[in-house]
Design a protein around this ligand. Structure first.
Ligand code: PMP
Ligand code: GLU
Length: 431
């Protein structure tokens, strides 16, 4: 120790835990102080904290399957761990896993790609982050078109990369879908990219091939626009539509970045495995993403690569289909209940595991517990306080989503019946 400096003591630990510590403050960057925390993660963390303190909460907050990862996929990782896959690998991922992903994309999605176009990252979230960092520069005035309601993380990711978001608002009456004409009107010389997400978080909407092709026709005319398509819920469709990948359209293929991952289809959220496929710039875009990842996180956990190969193989198809059927059943159940809530509008979920009812007819009313409901946020807050039911308020999903709340039905039918019953009672009691 240098003379005059002291070693930390147990008392210092207590001091460090207290928010009114008088130690000198670290100046946190504006980039981060100005950043909104994720609303979806916020609700989930709140539920976890309440449960840890002994409060029983029914949660429609978490955007993650409640199932365990199928056994064959878990076994593949265990074998990887036991056979020495514990070292650094290529940043973009082991060749066998990238080959399995490229083959899946060719076979199932019609995307003409090879392993050299695949970058495996710590979740689709990081894939999207990398893609946007590789597309945008601060100070250039670049815009990214985002049809809304949209997942809460798109806006912060675009803004962190220096771009600005142009929201394309949609209506519940139109099943929350944008039209090709809307996209056409939004495109300008400043447009760098558009983010598409079907099936959608938070609305559960799924575009048909015809609708996506109409949007593609517009995008084909604007060669400066990159398409970032988030297909993470592609396996979870209940409406009879078939997932359609815009990256399979030859005219758009090289300026499309297709993002997907293991989290939702295979119940692997905690594994943190996602990937991007970018064929653009003769493989140069994938290389740029790899370079950036090489300065951020390096490769994903190396014994997980065999689990990716296993998940994408025929051997896992049955387990995926079983989960999809369960979600489909829950979608019917929850839609039936939510549709019966007093003065609440709801579009039928077609995919993913979300319903997104509009509760705005109740704004301005008072709860049985005397709380004023003025917004989706105060609705969700009062609901949690008074009925111990968690939903995600709509505000951070976009301007047009401010009257809505998101319910994830990745939970048991019993919880759906009990929790939605409580919400129905809560809504009926608003005066
Ligand atoms: N996109 C959407 C639309 C999502 O809902 C999620 C869920 N968090 C992700 C991407 C990211 O998923 P993950 O990082 O777990 O792969
Ligand atoms: N995608 C999930 C959700 O929307 C998980 C949390 C998150 O990353 O946003 O709830």
């Amino acid at each position: 120790m240098v003379a005059g400096l002291r070693e930390a003591s147990a008392r210092d630990v207590d001091r460090a835990r207290s928010s009114d510590s008088d130690a000198c403050m670290i100046q946190i960057s504006q980039r981060v102080t100005g950043l909104k925390p994720s609303a979806t993660i916020g609700v989930d963390a709140r539920v976890k904290a309440l449960r840890a303190s002994g409060v029983e909460v029914i949660s429609f907050g978490a955007g993650e399957p409640d199932f365990d990862t199928p056994a064959n996929i878990r076994d593949a990782a265990i074998e990887g761990l036991n056979t020495g896959k514990t070292h650094y690998t290529l940043v973009e991922g082991e060749p066998a896993a990238r080959k399995a992903i490229a083959e899946k994309l060719k076979r199932e999605n019609g995307i003409a790609c090879g392993p050299e176009h695949i970058v495996i990252s710590a979740g689709a979230k990081h894939s999207l982050y990398l893609a946007l960092q590789c597309l945008l520069d601060p100070g250039k005035g670049q815009e990214v078109i985002v049809p809304t309601p949209a997942w809460v993380s798109y806006r912060p990711m675009v803004e962190l990369a220096g771009g600005s978001v142009v929201e394309l608002g949609t209506k519940i009456e139109d099943a929350f879908k944008v039209t090709a004409a809307q996209v056409e009107r939004a495109i300008s010389a400043k447009t760098a990219a558009i983010i598409l997400n079907s099936p959608s978080n938070p609305t559960g909407m799924v575009y048909s091939k015809r609708e996506l092709t109409a949007i593609a026709d517009v995008l084909a005319k604007h060669e400066h626009v990159v398409i970032v398509t988030d297909e993470i819920y592609e396996k979870l469709i209940f409406s009879g539509e078939k997932a359609f990948s815009i990256g399979s359209i030859r005219e758009l293929a090289e300026r499309t970045v297709t993002v997907n991952g293991m989290s939702k289809a295979f119940a692997m959220t905690g594994w943190r495995l996602g990937y991007a496929c970018a064929t653009g710039n003769g493989g140069g875009f994938a290389k740029a993403m790899t370079k950036l990842q090489g300065q951020m996180t390096s490769n994903v956990t190396s014994f997980c690569y065999p689990a990716i190969v296993e998940a994408l193989s025929e051997r896992s198809a049955e387990a995926v289909e079983t989960m999809r059927k369960q979600f489909a059943k829950r979608a019917e159940l929850i839609f039936g209940i939510v549709s019966g809530w007093k003065d609440v509008k709801c579009a039928k979920p077609m995919g993913a595991f979300y319903v997104f009812p509009d509760v705005s007819a109740h704004f301005g009313k008072v709860t049985p517990g005397g709380r004023k409901v003025e917004s989706a946020k105060s609705f969700a807050e009062a609901l949690l306080e008074e009925e111990k039911v968690a939903v995600v308020p709509g505000e951070d999903f976009g301007k047009c989503a401010e009257g809505c709340v998101r319910l994830s039905f990745a939970c048991s039918e019993k919880n759906i019946e009990e929790g939605c019953g409580r919400i129905g009672k809560f809504v009926a009691g608003l005066k």
